[in-house]
Design a protein around this ligand. Structure first.
Ligand code: HEC
Length: 465
């Protein structure tokens, strides 16, 4: 099993069936690990089935007719020629190539999967990718005016959110925009944060289902109004589960003569979101409000948090779906970092060394020369860069050069830093205004003029507007 990689194995036992079971914690620490799980290890003599690595579908949603191209990566341990049996909804197609082109003509949800078979008909199945035909995922975009890498505490950020939803008109009541500092454990890399409250999602799912032919929100129809239902059922022990159950299994005799049909093909998760929507009609909780599509947000100066927090603007939009097709959500996130960069956050440097002092991180200036690198910086609107720190028994004089893109890149600013024994250090180096708005690396190169004793400490680097 030399190719088998495990993801933090924490226990292994032989089960009553004689097979080996491996428990893996996953790679993250104290987080919801998508790669955590129990794996069963079987011994197989003779021919082994192909191994499926991945299934990728180029489009997971789109308007009709929707032509998709699915590609599977699979290998056979014996290098047999492989046959691919594809499932697209209820349709089956066989190919000799690991690629399938298929056109969906009817709206709906199509689970796509493939079974890969070797010459002796030993096979493995891929995971399932759901394709939503008849509705395209909305595209959400956030544009921010001014600097694209930094926020400046107390300074308003002007933003604009645009939604493109092909084949649908855009209703701003389904657009949710929020802005806040990121919590320490949030994933910086994540594309967008789904911030649609479940009751809004539930309403949209309800609208794309058959409910509205028998139910109205406020008036009695063939069935009772959703508001009436919410009022009567909010006192159930678990109102959510109660309503979810009714939706899936149907109901009769509780409100009158008419019968409520079951919804056996509806997913539990969808029914649950509809239940949230129905119950929200009886709740007097203040509904979460969205920021307007165009406006300003002002990151407050942070007193309790570390200086280096990230500020994020999130936007997500859920469309209405269509008959038989679930609503889809598109999301986008813009992350701005504080213009005050703590020395502890700077990871790339030469000549400098790090120093911890009562929980604070400092960088010690080099005895001769060196540089620091700050990555992904937009210099738009930045007029100067301030170095702040202190002197620990040192009298010194440094030449500072600010360069872009590399340690030998073009110089955009220069200054002389005079350090006096046990005095605070602070130098604002003016820089040339940037015109291109690109994200670039900024190099701060330092060089002593003369001998040095003691330590010069850097605490923060500040990009000043
Ligand atoms: C063909 C008509 C029809 C459709 C379609 C329908 N309902 Fe109903 N629904 C009814 C009727 C009639 C009742 C009252 C049944 C009874 O008296 O027990 C009802 C009752 C309910 C109740 C309350 C049950 C209770 O015990 O208080 C809920 C919740 C509900 N429907 C949700 C939905 C949702 C959500 C959908 C769509 C996914 C839906 N219904 C689709 C006719 C319908």
């Amino acid at each position: 099993m030399e190719q088998t990689k495990n993801k933090a194995a924490i226990d292994m036992e032989v089960g009553p069936d004689g097979r080996l079971y491996l428990l893996e914690y996953g790679k993250g620490w104290f987080s919801k690990n998508a790669d955590a799980g129990i794996t069963r290890i079987d011994y197989m003599a003779g021919n082994r089935p192909p191994k499926v690595d991945s299934l990728v579908v180029d489009k997971e949603s789109g308007t009709l007719p929707l032509t998709i191209s699915a590609q599977v990566k699979a290998k056979d341990p014996e290098n047999d020629a492989l046959t691919y049996v594809w499932k697209i909804g209820t349709q089956t197609q066989e190919t000799k190539d690991p690629v399938l082109k298929y056109t969906i003509k009817q709206a709906g949800e199509y689970p796509v999967s493939v079974e890969v078979m070797d010459a002796e008909k030993a096979s493995s199945k891929s995971s399932e990718v759901t394709v939503y035909a008849g509705n395209e995922q909305p595209q959400v975009d956030i544009s921010v005016q001014g600097n694209k890498s930094f926020y400046f505490a107390g300074k308003p950020i002007q933003y604009q959110v645009k939604v493109v939803d092909r084949g649908d008109s855009v209703s701003t009541s389904n657009l949710f925009i929020g802005a806040d500092f990121l919590q320490g454990n949030e994933d910086l890399a994540s594309e967008g944060h789904q911030i649609v409250p479940p009751e809004i999602m539930g309403k949209n799912i309800m609208m794309s289902s058959d409910c509205k032919s028998c139910h109205k929100v406020n008036e009695k129809s063939i069935g009772p109004s959703f508001t009436q239902i919410a009022q009567r059922r909010k006192t159930e022990l678990r109102p959510n589960n109660y309503i979810m159950d009714v939706i899936l299994k149907g109901s009769s005799g509780k409100w009158g003569e008419n019968v409520m049909p079951a919804h056996p093909t509806m997913k539990g998760g969808d029914a649950k979101q509809i239940a949230e929507f129905i119950l929200s009609l009886a709740s007097d909780k203040v509904k979460r409000k969205s920021l307007p599509p165009t406006g300003t947000v002002t990151p407050k100066p942070q007193i309790t948090q570390k200086q280096n927090t990230y500020f994020a603007i999130n936007a997500s939009y859920t469309d209405l779906g269509a008959a038989g097709v679930k609503p889809l959500t598109g999301a986008k996130r813009v992350i701005l970092k504080s213009n005050i960069i703590d020395a502890g956050q700077i990871k790339t440097m030469t000549g400098f060394t790090s120093k911890d002092s009562s929980g604070n991180k400092y960088l010690v200036f080099p005895a001769r020369e060196g540089f620091l690198q700050v990555t992904k910086v937009d210099l738009t609107g930045i007029r100067s860069i301030t170095l702040m720190g202190g002197s620990n028994g040192a009298n010194a004089n440094y030449t500072i050069e600010i360069r872009t893109n590399s340690a030998t890149g073009s110089i955009i600013g220069q200054g002389e830093l005079m350090v006096a024994n046990n005095k605070p250090v602070s130098l604002a180096v003016p820089i040339q205004p940037s015109v291109n708005g690109d994200m670039q690396a900024v190099f701060i190169a330092v060089r002593t003029n003369g001998a040095l004793s003691g330590n010069v400490l850097l605490k923060t680097v500040r990009f000043n507007p």
